[in-house]
Design a protein around this ligand. Structure first.
Ligand SMILES: NC(=O)c1ccc[n+]([C@@H]2O[C@H](COP(=O)([O-])OP(=O)(O)OC[C@H]3O[C@@H](n4cnc5c(N)ncnc54)[C@H](OP(=O)(O)O)[C@@H]3O)[C@@H](O)[C@H]2O)c1
Length: 231
C-alpha cells in the first residue's frame, strides 16, 4: 500500500488531497504544525497525524523520526505547506518579510526533502510532489490573458518561482526519485479568503495526478489540471 506524507494537511488543498488519496486506498500521514488542528483533521480523514512545522529544523527532524519509527518509509512526499506572507505595499516589503516567507515556502521544502529522502529511498517507486503555483511562472505572470498576470505579490511569486526551479533541479540531482511540481490554479481556500474560482477538488487534481501516476510518468515536470504549465 502506498504511504503518502502531506505537509499542511489540516485544511485547504492539503486536506482535500489527503481525503482523495485515502479514498483512493492510500495510507496518508497528515502533517500539521498545530496539534489540535492536525489531530482533528486526521481523525476526520482517517489518517495518522504527524506534527510538523516546516519552518523549524528540529520539528522536521522529529517528524522524520516519528514516521521512521511507525511506518518505516514513505512512497510519496507532498510538500504542500505554504503561506502568502506580508500584504504590505511593494515599497514597504522588508528583509524580515522576505526571510519569513522564503523560510516556509522554499527552505521548508529543502528542509523536509532533506529529512525524508532516506525514507523515500526505501520505497520501490519514490515520488516528491511540490505544490508550486502559476504565480511563480515568468511566462504566465507576463501573459495578459492569464489571471496570474494581474496580482502584484513580489515575495510570494518569487518563492513559487523558486519552488518550480527547486523541482527541476532536484529532479536532476535525485535521479532515483520522481520530483514534480503542481500548480493547483486559483482555488477557494482560507489562503485567498475563498475568492478562488475553483473548488478544492479541482485545485487538487494536479497534485493527485502526480501522487498516483505510473512510476514511468517522468520527473522534473510542472503541471496543472489541464497539462504542462509554461515556466
Ligand atoms: N489556494 C490557491 O489558490 C493556491 C494556488 C496556487 C498554489 N497554492 C499553494 O497551495 C498550498 C496550499 O494552499 P491552500 O490554498 O490550501 O492554503 P491554506 O488553506 O491556507 O492551507 C495552508 C496549509 O499550510 C499550513 N502551513 C503554513 N505554514 C506552515 C508551517 N510552517 N508548517 C506546517 N504547515 C504550515 C497551514 O497550517 P495552519 O492551519 O497551521 O496555518 C495549512 O494547513 C500552498 O503552498 C499555496 O501556496 C494555493
Amino acid at each position: 500500500m502506498t504511504i503518502t506524507f502531506i505537509t499542511g494537511a489540516n485544511k485547504g488543498l492539503g486536506y482535500e488531497t489527503a481525503r482523495r488519496l485515502i479514498e483512493a486506498g492510500q495510507t496518508v500521514l497528515v502533517g500539521a504544525r498545530d496539534a489540535e488542528r492536525g489531530q482533528t483533521a486526521a481523525d476526520r480523514l482517517g489518517g495518522r497525524f504527524v506534527p510538523i512545522d516546516v519552518a523549524d529544523d528540529e520539528s522536521v527532524a522529529r517528524a522524520a523520526r516519528d514516521i521512521e519509527t511507525h511506518e518505516g518509509h514513505i512512497d510519496v512526499l507532498i510538500n504542500n505547506a505554504g503561506i502568502l506572507g506580508s500584504h504590505a505595499p511593494t515599497e514597504e516589503l522588508s528583509g524580515t518579510d522576505a526571510i519569513e516567507i522564503f523560510n516556509t515556502n522554499v527552505a521548508g521544502i529543502v528542509r523536509v526533502t532533506h529529512a525524508f529522502v532516506p525514507l523515500l529511498r526505501l520505497a520501490e517507486h519514490p515520488a516528491v510532489v511540490n505544490v508550486s503555483s502559476g504565480m511563480g511562472s515568468l511566462a504566465l505572470t507576463h501573459d495578459p490573458d492569464r489571471v496570474e498576470s494581474k496580482p502584484i505579490a513580489p515575495l510570494y511569486t518569487a518563492t513559487k518561482a523558486a519552488v518550480t526551479m527547486l523541482t527541476t533541479q532536484y529532479a536532476k540531482g535525485l535521479p532515483d526519485i520522481r520530483v514534480n511540481a503542481a500548480d493547483p490554479g486559483y482555488t477557494a481556500t482560507d489562503f485567498n479568503g475563498h475568492s478562488g474560482h475553483q473548488t478544492v477538488t479541482e485545485g487538487t487534481d494536479a497534485i493527485v495526478t502526480l501522487a498516483t501516476e505510473s512510476p514511468d510518468a517522468g520527473t522534473g515536470r510542472f503541471i496543472d489540471r489541464f497539462g504542462p504549465v509554461r515556466w
